[in-house]
Design a binder for this molecule. Structure first.
Ligand code: NAD
Length: 370
């Protein structure tokens, strides 16, 4: 096998792109990249705008390959089949995708559908014995998130959440600097996340499908960012909601929320989540000896970051390309990321979001145990 592979690599490595075929001990076909690392074969569920972005980014992946789709729209499936050379046997719809369990050529399903659908879809994928990558928010509350974590554990499959910023080089450099004490004791984090949402009829403004409003969609970046920038888990949350448009933002769909965290070290965070203001994509971390500033901080990039020591100049690589290659390593080689991207991590954000909504409802500080 090795000599055939060596031979093929020498003569046709470039013609085959970075992929070669081999056979695993259980008879399944494995694709391997030119470095003979196994390639994660992914089916995308939900061929919408972010699904399309991920598919395009995966063209440049070395360790992950788009091989299948799950969609309710036959015309989209046809289009994707020809665009990404997807065989008919790897195409499913929302009724029949449980049959993916009989497909040895798909390792993982990436769920990129409206938030409220993630729970059931994840559980079905896990039951089919495939690894799950799920978009943020992992679910619409912690109870549902817990069910997903449990289902994946039971099925012995991995559950990862699409936290692309956890793998972004400038973010990781700031985390390294903080860990090495370059900012001194961390005192304060500010996270401002928002945009002006358009079409009032989209699922993001439908509580049934979105699970909430801006907090579920964009505020979660500040929730999550506060945790990885400070490097601690919050112990309490306070929160206040304001609404200016009661038609667009119906009951249960939050427009603007300000929230605050306290951390065990005494550090505090102050954050804003909104669907009503543009140009809000900013993180600021302050310590006794220095600071880090990112703007944009969580958009598709390039991310701009500077610290008290100057600008960070790490080259921009498409986030989703890095994410999928790294996730392939996590799924296939047990690679451990610096900042976790697993189901437990997604669950922590959901517990915090539940607490934020409770703090708004009660007007009281809510304690957290993560
Ligand atoms: P979208 O509306 O563009 O796409 C959603 C897809 O789900 C569509 O193809 C739609 O046909 C399909 N779908 C299946 N069942 C549906 C139903 N019952 N109702 C509506 N649509 C249904 O949305 P999107 O922007 O691609 O977002 C999808 C997920 O990706 C969300 O969870 C969102 O939070 C997440 N997302 C993550 C990032 C990121 O940077 N990580 C960016 C954008 C979106």
């Amino acid at each position: 096998m090795n000599s055939r592979r060596d031979f093929l690599q020498k003569i046709t490595g470039s013609a085959l792109g970075l992929s070669l075929l081999s056979t695993s001990s259980n008879g399944n076909t494995l694709i391997e990249d030119a470095n003979q690392e196994p390639v994660l074969r992914v089916a995308i569920m939900g061929l919408g705008s972010y699904g399309t972005r991920v598919a395009e980014a995966m063209k440049d992946c070395k360790r992950a390959k788009l091989v299948g789709v799950i969609s309710g729209t036959p015309s989209k499936v046809k289009d994707w089949q020809s665009k990404y050379s997807i065989p008919a046997k790897n195409c499913y719809n929302y009724e029949n995708f449980d049959n993916i369990k009989n497909n040895p050529d798909i390792d993982a399903v990436y769920i990129i559908t409206p938030n409220a659908l993630h729970r059931e879809q994840c559980i079905r994928v896990a039951k089919a014995g495939k690894h799950v990558i799920c978009e943020k928010p992992m679910a619409i509350n912690a109870a549902e998130g817990q069910e997903m974590v449990d289902a994946c554990k039971r099925a012995n499959v991995k559950l990862l959440v699409g936290y692309r910023m956890h793998l972004e080089p400038k973010t990781l450099e700031i985390i390294r600097m903080r860990n090495e004490g370059e900012f001194g004791k961390v005192l304060f984090f500010q996270g401002l996340c928002g945009f002006r949402i358009g079409d009032p009829n989209q699922w993001r403004l439908n509580k049934q499908l979105a699970g909430g409003g801006a907090m579920m969609d964009i505020g979660i970046y500040a929730v999550n960012g506060a945790r990885y920038m400070v490097g601690e888990e919050p112990t309490y949350v306070t929160a206040q909601e304001t609404k200016t448009d009661f038609v667009k933002f119906k009951e249960g769909v939050d427009e603007t929320i300000q929230f605050q965290f306290g951390f065990p070290s005494g550090a505090v965070a102050s954050c804003l989540s909104t669907y009503s203001m543009n140009n809000l994509d900013r993180f600021f971390l302050n310590g006794e000896k220095g600071f880090a500033e990112m703007q944009p901080s969580t958009g598709y990039g390039p991310i701009k970051a500077k610290t008290n020591k100057g600008e960070l100049n790490h080259p921009h690589i498409t986030h989703q390309t890095v994410q999928m290659d790294e996730m392939a390593g996590m799924i296939l080689n047990e690679k451990k990321p610096i900042v976790p991207v697993d189901g437990e991590e997604g669950l922590k954000d959901l517990k915090i979001i539940d607490a934020i909504y409770l703090a708004i409802k009660t007007g009281k500080k809510v304690d957290l145990k993560l």
